[in-house]
Write a protein that binds this ligand. Structure first.
Ligand code: GDP
Ligand code: MG
Length: 782
């Protein structure tokens, strides 16, 4: 029987794990090993994918992959209710936070030379709180999210109060067998950049799966401390961990912390400094048990260790780690070790022998050995809570938010609410407030300059250039901040992971997987981080396709354009036109995806195996930090790029080629230059040179389309253009090339040719749709 046939709510034991290559390894690394128990939690509203619970956490899995998992159903009575060793509490005093580390004898060992910079790698599973801890350690403002895979790039920082330190926040990984390109970043960092020490962050509420990575990190033979995070949640639900017992079994210091509440972090720092300074390596790397299933795996690992010892040393790889990966069939490690033919054959024989004796294939046998040890550690030292409050709450929320009939309506409702609150509420009065403030300031400056008899050119620069340009953009700050506020609330709460879950089936129709929804939703905020977040996608094909689609999600910098034109031309129908534009962007994106799917990117989207984290209350500090970052970022842009652009535009439109100030702007340098592309734009009704200039300046930053128009039309855009032109301009702005910053990030991910391609093809699409809009509007009699 396969997992696919298992009914919702039923439990089973895994017997076989099919599939091949990296995907199969990923299955195993996520704990889907023969002998493990799982329960089907539910099916997504559209019937696919399914959600299963295994080792106490939730995973998504498509039905087509579930088919590859062979199972044996079990009845409820047989259920091995994972209530480990309830007597462990009695044996060990409740460790609690702040207990002094008793594990290592302080002060001796093998100290690094004075003045060496102590480097740390922050490694852990996705969503285990690495970035939260990084922010606590360094006092920085990195983005935190409750979605697997938010940190896509490494970030460095210094531990507060310790000058000679450097911590690197790495993307989350589940094992040292990389599955997506961001996971490679982490593996290479640990293997090749040789950090002085590893801070392994373990989610205490998900301890089994997290320790799986810990075991592989211990094999790195690098000083290490385990930070047992989320202890607040574990203890809050009546769970506990015998810290000293765990330290003894793992052979490294373990520090209970709560990164979010900043508890235990000081102690963690003390340990981290100590182990790095005295180069205290893990006491244990040998976790295979000679009595386990006749010791086949144990003998195999040790034989391989001896076989490759000299090669590993030469290649600079930790030998125990290399042996494990060789047995699992890791190609990269194999080539780095440069074994000769004879040795390769011996290796194969050793592994084959193990497979026969153990009755499991090589990858499954290794995963099984690791989970075996983890079970021993957990049963000796962990008391799991019966069922956590967070889990119960998540299940309740999920009954509605991912319920069969309620999921999609809720999603639409939530998005509508977000847009309504962003545009109507904060876009209405907050923006109005700011606008009148800026106007008052401009008028005062104007009067002051007139009174003081300031030079005419300077006067014009300040009022027509700076106030008209920067001022008009500045008033959109509330909208943009509100938009980011809601997007980050959704992300930090864990909801976006659910969206990925129930949208998977729909996205598969256009050739993508549910994971692609994340970059797209982030794209509503800004294309730059959206493009970066595609690194979490495990396949190159999905990643490329997603990158090409994110620019169609209307970013927040385009908001000023929409808001401005809607106010001027479509008063009273603002909500309708705005939503219409967003929907149009999405529809064109879908069409583009369908085209890609049948041309550039044939084939299937990759499997969708993803963890669904519990819902969490978004941390107020985190959200505020993010908003502050975004506001700062926007203000910086307003006063750098846009400021510069306004001055340049003002200059080019106020002077002719002889640098004389002109009276009729038709003679300006700008008018001449823009006259070249104007004919091209005429079919779309955008042939006015001033519009062309505005669109060009929008390539620098979308917000500056509005400011440029304001300057060029001398503040009378609302009367100078027709409604048809406004409509066509809106559509063109929605679809044409992303701004320079976005193009640069696309180039970083895909290379120059793709980036140039995006610029050209989006302009072409925009042109086609703008022409169509104009024709439709004219036919409709506007
Ligand atoms: P990363 O993916 O490993 O970088 O994880 P993040 O730092 O983005 O955190 C993931 C989620 O866990 C966020 O919602 C955090 O607010 C939450 N979180 C982090 N540390 C703690 C903690 O100590 N206790 C609790 N209850 N939540 C935490
Ligand atoms: Mg992170």
């Amino acid at each position: 029987m396969t997992l696919r046939e298992l009914a919702v709510g039923a439990s089973a034991v895994i017997e076989t794990v099919g599939g091949e290559g990296a995907l199969r390894q990923h299955f195993l690394d996520m704990g889907m090993i023969p002998g493990a128990e799982l329960t089907v939690v539910k099916l997504a509203p559209m019937g696919d994918p399914m959600e299963i619970e295994i080792h106490g956490y939730e995973l998504t899995l498509r039905l087509s992959e579930a088919e590859k998992i062979g199972i044996r159903p079990i009845r409820d009575e047989e259920h091995n209710h994972e209530n480990w060793a309830a007597d462990a509490v009695g044996r060990s005093a409740h460790p609690g936070l702040g207990e002094e580390g008793k594990f290592h004898a302080k002060g001796d060992g093998d100290p690094v030379p004075e003045g060496t910079i102590l480097t740390y790698a922050l490694v852990g599973n996705q969503n285990s709180g690495k970035t939260t801890l990084f922010n606590q350690l360094t006092g920085s403002n990195q983005h935190v999210g409750n979605f697997p895979g938010v940190t896509v790039d490494r970030k460095d920082g210094r531990i507060r109060g310790f000058a000679n330190t450097m911590v690197t926040d790495l993307p989350g990984i589940y094992s040292m067998s990389p599955y997506s390109s961001e996971e490679l970043v982490s593996r290479h960092f640990v293997l090749d950049e040789k950090p002085g020490a590893i801070i392994d962050i373990v989610d205490a509420t998900n301890i089994e799966r997290n320790l799986y990575l810990t075991m592989q990190l211990l094999e790195m033979d690098t000083p290490m401390v385990v930070a047992l995070n989320m202890m607040d949640e574990l203890r809050g639900n009546g769970g506990t961990v015998d810290i000293n017992g765990m330290e003894q079994m793992l052979g490294v210091p373990v520090v209970p912390i709560s990164a979010a509440k900043n508890e235990g972090v000081d102690e963690l720092v003390k340990h981290a400094i100590h182990i790095a300074k005295y180069r205290e390596r893990p006491l244990r790397q040998d976790f295979c048990d000679e009595n386990d299933h006749g010791g086949a795996v144990h003998r195999c690992i040790h034989a391989v260790v001896h076989l490759i010892e000299d090669h590993a040393k030469r290649a600079g790889l930790p030998v125990r780690f290399a042996a494990g990966k060789l047995i699992e069939g890791d190609e990269e490690i194999l080539s780095r070790l440069s074994l000769d033919e004879n040795e390769k054959e011996m290796l194969e024989h050793i592994v084959l022998q193990m497979e026969t004796e153990r009755g499991l294939d090589r990858s499954a046998a290794m995963a099984d050995m690791r989970f075996d040890f983890i079970e021993k550690v957990c049963s000796a030292t962990v008391v799991k809570p019966k069922e956590s409050k967070e889990r119960i709450r998540s299940e309740r929320i999920d009954r509605i938010l991912t319920g069969k009939y309620t999921a999609i309506p809720c999603f639409i409702g939530i998005m509508v609410l977000v847009f309504y609150l962003t545009f109507d509420v904060s876009g209405g009065w907050l923006q109005g407030l700011l606008e009148s403030g800026i106007d008052a300031l401009a008028a005062t400056a104007d009067r002051a300059m007139t009174a003081a008899g300031v030079n005419e050119a300077v006067h014009s620069l300040v009022t027509d250039g700076i106030f008209a340009g920067v001022g008009s953009v500045l008033s959109f700050l509330p909208i943009i901040v509100t938009m980011f506020f809601f997007l980050s609330m959704l992300e930090d709460s864990g909801y976006i992971a659910r969206v990925a879950f129930f949208m998977d089936k729909l996205l598969r129709r256009i050739g993508l997987s549910g994971r692609s929804i994340v970059p797209m939703l982030i794209g509503f905020g800004c294309t730059v981080p959206a493009v970066m977040s595609t690194r979490t996608l495990p396949s190159e094909r999905d990643r490329r396709m997603t990158i090409l689609l994110t620019p169609f999600m209307s970013c927040s910098a385009k908001l000023p354009i929409y808001a401005f034109f809607v106010n001027a031309f479509f008063p009273g129908r603002g909500g309708l036109i705005m939503s219409g534009l967003y929907v149009l962007g999405i529809v064109v994106g879908i069409l583009a995806a369908l085209v890609f799917r049948n041309t550039l990117f044939r084939g299937e989207a990759v499997p969708f195996v993803m963890e669904l984290p519990n819902y969490r209350m978004p941390g107020a500090i985190n959200v505020l930090r993010l908003l502050w970052e975004k506001a700062k970022d926007f203000l910086q842009r307003a006063f750098s790029v846009i400021f510069l652009a306004t001055i340049i535009v003002w200059f080019l439109q106020s002077f002719d080629f002889h640098f004389n100030m002109i009276t009729d702007s038709r003679d300006s340098i700008l008018a001449m230059a823009a006259g070249i592309i104007a004919p091209l734009m005429r079919p779309a009704g955008l042939g006015d040179w001033r519009i062309c200039v505005a669109l060009i300046s929008g390539f620098m930053a979308k917000e500056s389309v509005v400011s440029t128009l304001e300057i060029l039309f001398g503040g009378s855009v609302g009367t100078a253009l027709t409604t048809v032109t406004a409509a066509s301009l809106l559509v063109f702005s929605l679809l044409y090339t992303p701004c320079v910053a976005a193009v640069a990030s696309i180039r970083r991910e895909l290379g120059s040719r793709w980036a140039a391609g995006v610029v050209i093809w989006q302009c072409v699409i925009a042109w086609i749709f703008a022409v169509a809009t104009r024709l439709i509007c004219m036919a409709a009699g506007f």
